[in-house]
Write a protein that binds this ligand. Structure first.
Ligand code: NPQ
Ligand code: MG
Length: 378
């Protein structure tokens, strides 16, 4: 008997979760995450999803407000439009909505969890994951001064993270990279600019970063600056990793054809969900392009799905997957993610996401339930 996906209700919940410490990137500083969660219900089973948008469109063009609007006006009605034979049919079902990949991905995550619960299989199992443990890296925000940054890096290295990613921006780059490399000569280091540099203005500043022996330099230029990335890569020994630029299979192929980068950061939210993320993984694996799983300051919900994705064989580099306590005083799932010896996270083996959402821990700001038979309940 085949199980069709046809939820009778969808609940959206907006929560406010304070970070353990503020996180600063080239686009801004966050101390509280405002997170839109999705819960789908069918035949006594539930599935949870997490939307990786923030309160404002700083990382990309989406934010919590656009995601909520698009979900309630277009995506949830499309889900109620008829059963899905497979969760992987979701991208085609919602292809009529242009853009809004994070909103689509959040609903897809909930559908994967629901489906896993209904058939009693883990996401790792459903997706063909091959690992029990995935290598954990940590992303370190821009700090007010170098000594405090060095203390933070020291702490994470002592905890066992396999690599440290340093957030940089123009004017806060060489000083930071030189100090960390000097203090940790053998550390696996990367740097992420979140698109803060410009080609050709910043050519010299970036080319001289080869001196720090970074494993990669992530997204120096804006997402659509394909030629800038390609030209920089020709002048730079350090591999460029693309994050914001890779939004689809088509942009992945463009990146590889132009040699705009040698490494791909896969974030399911950025590419419209786990089905597309897996296809991007498959193409990269066939072509020998190393990938790793990016992070968006997820709770244990999104983290569980990302850990399952990172268990696929092409994820060969340390991921932006850290322990729950890196971000949260108390995660909203049980059990929380903990760093394992050697710097790994364990891939959940239970059905679906393999973690339980603790509803009493959700600091709910707003919620609404949408029903297949039409009624909306506050
Ligand atoms: C990146 N993440 O790789 C992102 C960017 C990022 C872990 O470095 C709120 C919501 C704050 C989303 C900060 C990491 C964020 C965010 C950074 C995404 O580029
Ligand atoms: Mg990035």
């Amino acid at each position: 008997m085949t199980v069709h996906i046809a939820p009778e209700a969808v609940e959206l919940l907006l929560i406010r979760l304070p970070l353990v410490e503020p996180f600063e990137t080239s686009f801004g500083r966050t101390d509280v995450r405002e997170i839109l969660l999705v819960r789908v219900l069918q035949d006594g089973c539930e599935g949870w999803g997490e939307c990786v948008t923030d309160h404002a469109p700083l990382y990309s063009s989406e934010c919590n407000g656009t995601a909520r609007y698009v979900m309630e006006t277009f995506l949830i009605p499309a889900l109620f439009g008829g059963p899905l034979r497979r969760v992987s049919d979701w991208p085609r079902r919602v292809a009529f909505v242009k853009g809004h990949p994070m909103a689509k991905a959040a609903l897809e995550m909930a559908l994967w969890d629901l489906y896993g619960q209904m058939v009693g299989r883990s996401l790792r199992d459903l997706w063909g994951g091959t690992k029990d443990l995935v290598p954990a890296g940590v992303s370190v925000g821009i700090h007010p001064d170098v000594p405090s940054l060095l203390r933070t890096v020291e702490r994470y290295r002592a905890e066992g993270y396999q690599r440290v990613k340093l957030k940089i921006k123009p004017g806060r780059d060489h000083e930071v990279l030189a100090a960390v490399r000097r203090a940790f000569p053998d550390a696996l280091l990367t740097a992420d600019a979140n698109a803060a540099y410009r080609w050709p203005r910043d050519r010299a500043v970036l080319v001289s970063m080869d001196a720090y022996r970074l494993q990669m330099l992530e997204q120096p230029f804006p997402p659509d600056d394909w030629l800038g990335h390609a030209r920089l890569q020709r002048a730079l020994q350090t591999p460029i990793c693309l994050d914001e630029s890779v939004t689809s299979l088509a942009t992945l192929r463009l990146a590889l054809r132009l040699r705009a980068g040698q490494v791909i950061n896969i974030k399911p939210g950025r590419v419209g969900g786990y089905t597309v993320a897996r296809r991007i993984h498959d193409v990269c694996r066939r072509r020998g392009v190393p990938v790793w799983c990016g992070g968006m300051l997820e709770t244990g919900i999104g983290r569980a799905a990302n850990v399952a994705l990172a268990s696929l064989p092409g994820f060969v580099l340390p991921n932006d997957l850290s322990a729950s306590r890196r971000y949260w005083v108390e995660d909203i799932v049980e059990p929380p993610f903990e760093l394992q010896p050697g710097g790994y996270l364990a891939v959940p083996t239970g059905p679906g996401l393999g973690v339980r959402v603790v509803r009493t821990r959700l600091p709910v700001q707003w919620s609404q339930t949408y029903r297949r038979d039409g009624e909306i309940r506050k």
